[in-house]
Design a protein around this ligand. Structure first.
Ligand SMILES: NC(=O)c1ccc[n+]([C@@H]2O[C@H](COP(=O)([O-])OP(=O)(O)OC[C@H]3O[C@@H](n4cnc5c(N)ncnc54)[C@H](OP(=O)(O)O)[C@@H]3O)[C@@H](O)[C@H]2O)c1
Length: 254
């Protein structure tokens, strides 16, 4: 049995859909006839997302959402509540590794408090604030999934290389926050599975400056990542809630 079996019209929300893996998820979900309504959020509205909305005016709704502004999260959820009874799939695809003058730290000398705070604000805190506002849309009788895109580099047990302090720590924090959400949701919205997913190295703006040493077979096109992660989600079992899973469905060490 797959997670969405028996659900006639899947209602989905992709947060961070302007580009990269989030945009790939939107494309893939729109190609699935089971998906009835898809809400997609952007911070920067891209032409590609606007084009997609024009092609699917009845199924795709775009909403602005800077994840560092809790009021924008609340507004987005309120808008969905006006249009929908509930959600079956929520994907948190927001994240950054480099942004403006912030680059991943190669050594302790490059660690800066304001950069660390920015990593946590976007990569960790945004997801838990979203989880705070979602329950009214998840307290229905059908099954649902809240999946956050994490990163294997956030595994504390797997850290053999060092470096990238802020990004690593923010993904480890994301995993802890969302595992804690999974426990609270098991009481509040018991039909919702909460998972953290490692997408594998994917050809997006985020990985672009660091792709040189990645063998071509280990650099996934966005479409491949999106379909692999959606397959992992489809085949989730109740005991997977609160787990940190890789793109092939295997469990990763914390
Ligand atoms: N690519 C990889 O190899 C890889 C590997 C492991 C994990 N990941 C994770 O996968 C997720 C998606 O990354 P990606 O590779 O698709 O990168 P990407 O192409 O750079 O996309 C990042 C997305 O995050 C959004 N975002 C950033 N800051 C935001 C904010 N404050 N509020 C709202 N949205 C914001 C961006 O929106 P804007 O367009 O407005 O900036 C964009 O949609 C991230 O969590 C990343 O850590 C990626």
């Amino acid at each position: 049995m797959t997670v969405f079996e028996g659900i006639e019209s899947i209602q989905a929300l992709v947060v961070g859909a302007s580009r990269g893996i989030g945009f790939g998820m939107v494309q893939q979900l729109l190609s699935d006839p089971r998906v009835g309504q898809l809400y997609a959020t952007y911070r920067t509205r891209t032409a590609a997302l606007t084009d997609l909305a024009a092609q699917h005016p009845d199924r795709l709704t775009l909403m602005p959402m800077d994840i560092t502004q809790e009021a924008q999260i609340a507004d987005g959820i309120a808008q969905i509540r006006q249009q929908s009874q509930g959600l079956h799939l929520v994907l948190y695809c927001v994240g950054f590794l480099h942004e403006g003058t912030i680059q991943p730290e190669k050594s302790l000398q490059q660690v800066q408090a304001d950069h660390l705070l920015r990593y946590f604000q976007v990569n960790s805190i945004g997801a838990v604030l979203l989880a705070k506002h979602l329950p009214p849309l998840l307290k229905h009788s059908e099954r649902s999934v809240l999946a956050s895109i994490s990163a294997k580099i956030g595994s504390i047990g797997d850290n053999q290389l060092g470096g990238w302090y802020g990004y690593r720590a923010s993904k480890a924090a994301l995993n802890m926050l969302m595992r804690t959400v999974a426990i609270e949701y098991s009481r509040k919205c018991p039909k919702t599975l909460v998972v953290m997913l490692h997408p594998g190295t994917t050809d997006t703006r985020l990985s672009q400056p660091f792709q040189r040493n990645v063998p071509p077979e280990k650099l996934f096109p966005v479409a491949r990542t999106a379909s692999q992660l959606l397959h992992v989600i489809e085949t989730l079992q109740p005991e997977d809630s609160g787990q940190f899973l890789s793109w092939d469905g295997s469990r990763l060490p914390w």
